[in-house]
Design a protein around this ligand. Structure first.
Ligand code: 0L1
Ligand code: MG
Length: 263
């Protein structure tokens, strides 16, 4: 059930997308619309997606957020959410990421999937995800909430495309049946010092659970994960703030290493 009119959904989508494009922070939208519900929040997110596609951008993947206790505890929010990835969010391994286009970026080490068959909820489980997976690969997400000081609640976050901003991929692709994703070790270094350590199990016990959850959440809107979709499953560690001058390297067991610098 939604509480906001289509006009208000459109206005809020424009407001949040402008905040992203102008790298200008805003206050959380539930301050003005305290009764908005999850359907309103996802309607705003889908309207931002529509606006980008209308301007010629391609959607190149999906992300799940807040899927680890480290992230939930860090943000004081206890519910996973999803977002979409537009073409200009994608950065190559080794990229120089321009912080002047961002508000207050943070990095998260993630495990990503690429599907080879559609997944449509409800009822999708881990075995369905394994059967539909082409390969897994490492990814680093650069999140950038548009909300002042990263102060928000889950509905405001969902409307803001779950803080999606940039992501880096590279490393090695492996078939999912060659690995136990729960024991994939991850070491994050900032400027040569280890800042976070974790393993894949930090994400819902198994990152494949995160893909299943995405399929089931999309299924509630009659949507699916199409074959060939790139999906980031959520940070295995808490997010780490970065600024111009920082270099980040993330080492994954078996999946290689990703690096980026912030300029
Ligand atoms: O990818 C994420 O886990 C971020 C979800 C949104 C909350 C945040 O900005 O930390
Ligand atoms: Mg993330």
């Amino acid at each position: 059930m939604s509480t906001l009119t289509p006009d208000v959904i459109a206005q809020l989508a424009e407001h949040l997308e402008n905040a992203e494009l102008q790298a200008q922070d805003v206050t959380k939208i539930t301050d003005d619309y305290p009764d908005m519900d999850f359907q309103d929040a996802y309607d705003i997110q889908w309207e931002i997606r529509r606006r980008k596609e209308q301007r010629g951008h391609r959607i190149v993947g999906m992300k799940m957020g807040l899927t680890s206790w480290a992230k939930m505890a860090q943000m004081g929010v206890e519910e996973p959410c999803y977002g979409f990835l537009a073409d200009y969010f994608s950065c190559a391994d080794g990229a120089a990421i321009d912080t002047s286009k961002l508000i207050h970026p943070k990095v998260e080490a993630e495990i990503a999937f690429v599907t080879k068959a559609p997944l449509k909820g409800p009822g999708i489980h881990v075995a369905d995800v394994y059967a539909a997976t082409d390969f897994v690969l490492p990814a680093v997400e650069i999140i950038d909430s548009r909300y002042r000081d990263f102060k928000f609640d889950i509905k405001s976050v969902v409307a803001d495309n779950s803080s999606s901003s940039r992501f880096v991929t590279g490393g090695r692709c492996l078939p999912v049946d060659h690995m136990d994703l729960r024991t994939v070790g991850v070491v994050m270094e900032k400027n040569g010092e280890i800042v976070e350590l974790s393993t894949g199990a930090a994400v819902l016990g198994n990152p494949a659970e995160s893909v299943a959850m995405l399929a089931n959440m999309l299924g509630e809107r009659g949507e699916e994960i199409p074959a060939g979709t790139f999906i980031m499953t959520g940070g295995v560690t808490a997010a780490v703030a970065v600024e111009a001058g920082d270099c980040v390297t993330v080492r994954y067991h078996d999946l290689g290493t990703l690096s980026m610098r912030f300029v």
